[in-house]
Every structure is written in structure tokens, then in C-alpha cells.
Design a protein around this ligand. Structure first.
Ligand code: PLP
Length: 432
């Protein structure tokens, strides 16, 4: 039998996260009132102190607390698969591997940081956490994690997804959190937007403004962000560190690493430990960020300081951005509809340490169906962007006869995205 699934023992799960800020300098967030670097104290009304510390830390390895590892062990280490059946379907000499992050209870990589953020908040006495969610994956991951630690959770869910994906909402309720469509009547900013744009389908930028306002105005309440920030990328490195141990059990080493990019956290998690080795001059692995053509942050945006939200309440981040007022079309990969990108990923792209590419929605679903019909797993539309790029690279190998090893991160499953697949099959899916 061909070797298909590469597993690690529980005791092989990493005991530390890797912090790329030890090896890469990223420009600091700025206070929008002064345009000076943010004073960490100013973030304390909104974020747990330990997370603020991690955000700016340049320590190369940060210990993963035992309580977090215990929860991780419910689904981690996650399996690495060799996609023999996809390779055969494509007729490619390339070797394709993928890390299956869909095995977490919420069905994506997001609990890797949600559990950590809920844990540090619990340690500091936070009673309630607010957040936004686009497609619902982050909201469900955070409600799962708050539930583990007995913290109340309120989710502002982008209105278009709230109605398009009612079962993500149910899942958030199942784990005990409160979820409302954004813009909501519950915040000042939400009320203002509802008055100005009564028909708006919402955006992540609006929902972030609502969640931050709620946390800022309530004493026992903090805010949590599921991607973009340095500490979210840090927590996700458990993915790439496991992958390196798994590849060590094979004859192969990735020539190309591919991940979809919304805020950038799953891509960061899978690739940063490899980029560490590239920076150290040990390896020369290509890393490719894949985004939707409908929200082409890295491929068409500007690299500059911008706000993370529409109300301009967040610190200014140096990142690729389409502008904080940009409202992307309601494409089905809701998790990739963000106007900005992680400062770490942005810096890597700006420095030429990472490539970026964009695909249209329909070709992405074509690739997703090819994958599901060979490997069996139904991918999240977000993850399908990475699959499309993987298939393209594998087809290039078919032309040249090169036996490259391609590794991609399967960031989540698409069990709650069947409405999108139905649209694809009935021919109603458009490219915008
Ligand atoms: C949220 C999400 C993404 C996009 O977020 P990143 O921070 O870029 O990883 C991708 N895939 C899935 C399954 C998600 O839930």
C-alpha cells in the first residue's frame, strides 16, 4: 500500500510557537491620533496583555502553555496527506501533499489561535469577548474556545453571510455565544451605517468597528481578531512546525508551499517555519499566497499604512491594502473578503520572500470539485484557492516533466458551504 497519511504522536506536537519577528523586521502599528508608534498601554482596554506582548515580541520561540496543548490535542497533530489520487487524476509527476486543518471541531485552522486567545483572556480575568466574523468560521472557532474557558462571547457577523450561511450561525449558538448580523442596532457605529446604507450587506471592516466599539465601552470585555495580527500568525505556526516533522518522516521536502490568503494566518502558519529556513540560507522553498481576483489585496493593493476597519478606530498597520472603505463583492470564499492583509505576509511579499497570485471564483470551484472527486474531502471555498494554484503548478510539472514536491494547507472543510456548491452546479456562480 502506498503511504498516504503521515501522522505524528501526541507527544510530537510542538511545545513552542515560532515567532518570525526574530528574523524579520516589520514596521510597528501607529496610533492614528499621533502617527507615532502605538504605545502598548493604549491597546490594553481592547486586548489581553499577554497578546499585546506577543504582538511585539522578538523572542524566536514562545512556549505553548500546557492547557492550550491539552485542547490542541483533541485534534492535533493534524494529518499530512500525500494526494496520490489527485496526482493520478492530473497525470502529473509532481508529488502533492496537504495538511488537513479541517479536522478541528470548528472545521478550520482558526481554533489554533482562538484557543490561545481565549486562554490568555481567561488568565487575565476577561469575562466577555467580542469579535467579528465574515463567513462564520472565526466566529464559530472563537465561540468554541470561549466555551472551553467559560467566557461569554458576542459575534458580529457580516450580514450577507448571516443569511447565506445560517448553519454557521447555529454552530456559534451551539457553543453558547450570541451572534447578530452586522451592521447591527447594538452599537453606535452599526446604527450609523444602517441609517446611511439601509441595504448594505455589511463588510468585515464594519463588523470589526462594531466589535471594537463594544469592547472599548465595556469594562469586563476584550476583543479578539482571528487573523492579520502578528500573534494570530504566531499561534498558527503550530501547523508548519508539525508539517516539518511530518515531512522528515518522508523522502520528500517541499519545493513549493501554497496557501490561500484572506488576512494571511493559515498561510503564515504553514509557511513561516519554512521561511525561517529560507532566511537562514538553508533552503530555497517558493511560497505562494493565493487570493480571489474579487479582493486582490496582495496582487493589486498598495503597501502602505492603513486602518484595519471602516470606522478608522484601529491602529494603522503597514500592509497591502485596497483601502479601508473597500467593500468586496459577496463572493463565496467569505473568509478571503478583507481589504488588508497581515503585516508579516505583506512584508514578505514586498521583500520578495513570498509570491502572490489571484484566481476567479469559477475556476477555483472547478479545482475544488477535481480535488473532492479524487481525495474525497469537500474543501472550504477559501481553501479551494490554494488547490487551484496547486493544480496549476502540478500541471506545469506535467509539461516539463519535473518531479517537484508541492505542499498546500487545506485550511478548512466546506460542509457549511453547500449553498455555494449548489450555485456552482446550477451554473449560477459568477466571477464577481
Ligand atoms: C478564515 C479562513 C481563511 C482565511 O483567513 P486567513 O487568515 O488568511 O487564513 C481561509 N480558510 C478558511 C477555511 C478560513 O476559515
Amino acid at each position: 500500500m502506498e503511504h498516504t497519511k503521515i501522522l505524528l504522536d501526541e507527544n510530537e506536537m510542538p511545545k513552542q510557537w515560532y515567532n518570525i519577528l526574530a528574523d524579520l523586521s516589520v514596521e510597528p502599528p501607529l496610533n492614528p491620533a499621533t502617527n507615532e508608534p502605538m504605545n502598548p498601554k493604549d491597546l490594553e482596554p481592547i486586548f489581553a496583555k499577554e497578546l499585546i506582548k506577543q504582538e511585539a515580541s522578538t523572542k524566536r520561540y514562545i512556549d505553548i502553555p500546557e492547557e492550550i496543548r491539552e485542547i490542541y490535542s483533541l485534534w492535533r497533530p493534524s494529518p499530512l496527506y500525500r494526494a496520490h489520487r489527485l496526482e493520478k487524476a492530473l497525470g502529473t509527476p509532481a508529488k502533492i501533499y496537504y495538511k488537513n486543518e479541517s479536522v478541528s471541531p470548528a472545521g478550520s485552522h482558526k481554533p489554533n489561535t482562538a484557543v490561545a486567545q481565549a486562554y490568555y483572556n481567561m488568565k487575565e480575568g476577561t469575562e466577555r469577548i467580542t469579535t467579528e466574523t465574515g463567513a462564520g468560521q472565526w466566529g464559530s472557532a472563537l465561540s468554541l474556545s470561549c466555551n472551553y474557558f467559560g467566557i461569554e462571547c458576542k459575534v458580529y457577523m457580516v450580514s450577507s453571510s448571516f443569511y447565506q450561511k445560517p448553519y454557521r450561525k447555529s454552530l456559534i449558538n451551539l457553543w453558547g455565544a450570541n451572534v447578530v448580523p452586522s451592521p447591527s442596532p447594538d452599537t453606535q457605529f452599526g446604527r450609523k451605517i444602517r441609517e446611511m446604507y439601509p441595504d448594505t450587506s455589511g463588510s468585515l471592516g464594519i463588523a470589526i468597528s462594531e466589535a471594537v466599539e463594544d469592547a472599548a465601552l465595556n469594562d469586563n470585555t476584550k476583543y479578539a481578531l482571528g487573523s492579520v495580527l502578528n500573534h494570530t500568525c504566531l499561534h498558527q505556526t503550530v501547523v508548519g512546525l508539525e508539517t516539518q516533522k511530518q515531512f522528515a518522516k518522508t523522502e520528500d521536502y517541499p519545493d513549493i508551499i501554497i496557501g490561500c490568503c484572506g488576512g494571511g494566518s493559515n498561510l503564515a502558519g504553514a509557511s513561516l517555519p519554512y521561511i525561517r529556513d529560507n532566511i537562514a540560507g538553508k533552503t530555497n522553498t517558493r511560497v505562494i499566497a493565493v487570493e480571489p481576483s474579487a479582493c486582490p489585496t496582495l496582487t493589486s493593493g498598495d503597501f502602505k499604512y492603513d486602518f484595519g476597519d471602516m470606522a478608522k478606530m484601529t491602529p494603522l498597520l503597514k500592509m497591502f491594502t485596497l483601502g479601508s472603505e473597500f467593500i468586496p463583492p459577496a463572493i463565496h470564499a467569505g473568509g478571503l473578503r478583507y481589504h488588508g492583509a497581515s503585516p508579516i505576509i505583506s512584508k514578505l511579499v514586498a521583500d520578495g520572500l513570498m509570491e502572490a497570485t489571484a484566481y476567479h471564483q469559477v475556476e477555483v470551484f472547478d479545482a475544488s470539485v477535481t480535488f473532492a472527486r479524487s481525495e474525497g474531502i469537500a474543501p472550504a471555498p477559501e481553501s479551494a484557492h490554494a488547490i487551484k494554484c496547486t493544480i496549476d503548478e502540478a500541471m506545469k510539472c506535467k509539461q516539463t516533466g519535473e518531479e517537484k514536491t508541492i505542499f498546500f494547507n487545506l485550511s478548512g472543510h466546506g460542509h457549511f458551504d453547500m449553498g455555494s456548491y449548489d450555485k456552482y452546479f446550477s451554473g449560477d456562480l459568477s466571477n464577481e
